[in-house]
Design a binder for this molecule. Structure first.
Ligand code: ZN
Length: 311
């Protein structure tokens, strides 16, 4: 091993070389009195110049112009932001997957909704579009309105398509990287209960990493916007369990004043049966009615009505 490898520094040679003189000229400069004058770059008057005399007598002046510094900082910030924003498409894509929208509905947005079938469906389209357009991004969601979209007889009028379109449009409107990404969850009632039921059969290892029933429910309570699709679609074996679970979610969001979009093939009076009302336990039903007071959309192939009063 050579001496150089061990960090050996050769002794300074005498007399000093040109390099030594040059280094000395940079080191130990002398600070002189500041000068004042106009900024050569932006023309601002009376700015300060810091003046230094180097060892070899050279005078160096450094301007201290607040305008130029601010301009430079702003440019740098814009550059950094542009770099961060280049990551937006990837982040938006993962937010879309994070909503829980199934792959077959990933492409279902407002642009490919089949309009013009009836004036009624077009009105529902407009209300859903407006809902997504006015949804608060980067602001508090508390107090934003909820929607209840239902059709009484017709199936396949496009409620699910519209509910997915709302989620897609809200994520499309998220354009500023420095604004928090809207947290939107989409789940259909059958999907929700199969997910919860599956969690009951987890192995010990599964339970360590996969969400349990409470995690699933808490996620749906605490997300900014919950879209609950196809409420009441399937009759389940244990209606009390369905009712308790839906109550936990609906009531949790009601308490936090968080918005919900609900789609169903149930009129409000049939929804009441599904949610277990009829006895003393009408809370979920009342919550939904209260949350969607002015936003209940009936969407039928032939007929469309918008209720602004209760049922
Ligand atoms: Zn300047």
């Amino acid at each position: 091993m050579t001496q150089r490898d061990e960090g050996y520094i050769p002794q300074q040679r005498h007399p000093p070389s040109d390099v030594d003189r040059w280094l000395a000229s940079i080191w130990n400069p002398t600070k002189l009195d500041p000068e004042y004058g106009e900024c050569p770059d932006c023309g601002r008057k009376e700015i300060e110049f810091r003046v230094w005399r180097l060892r070899d007598g050279t005078i160096k002046k450094y301007k201290d112009c607040p305008d130029c510094i601010a301009k430079h900082d702003a440019e740098r910030e814009a550059e950094e932001k542009a770099e961060r924003s280049a990551d937006m498409p990837r982040r938006r894509r993962s937010a879309r997957i994070g909503t829980g929208i199934p792959p077959r509905f990933m492409q279902k947005d407002f642009s490919n909704f089949d309009r013009g079938r009836s004036k009624e469906i077009d009105v529902a389209f407009d209300l859903c579009w407006q809902y997504a357009e006015e949804y608060p991004i980067g602001k508090k969601v508390e107090g934003y309105r909820s929607l209840y979209i239902y059709s009484e007889q017709s199936w396949g009028v496009g409620k699910t398509h519209l509910s997915c379109a709302i989620a897609h449009r809200i994520l499309d409107r998220w354009q500023d990287i420095d604004t928090a990404c809207p947290r939107v969850r989409w789940v259909s009632e059958p999907q929700l209960f199969s997910k919860i039921e599956a969690s009951f059969n987890y192995t010990w290892e599964d339970k360590q990493i996969l969400p349990n029933k409470d995690d699933i429910i808490n996620d749906l309570i605490n997300t900014d916007l919950l879209i609950l699709d196809d409420v009441g679609k399937e009759k389940r074996q244990d209606p009390r369990f369905v009712q308790r679970t839906l109550f936990a979610i609906i009531n949790g969001r009601y308490d936090r004043d968080y918005p919900m979009v609900i789609t169903a093939n149930l009129s409000p009076s049939l929804l009441k049966g599904h949610l277990g009302a009829g006895g003393t336990d009408e809370a979920s039903y009342d919550r939904i009615l209260e949350m969607t007071e002015r936003q209940r959309i009936v969407m039928d192939g032939q007929s469309y009505r918008r209720y602004s009063e209760g049922t």
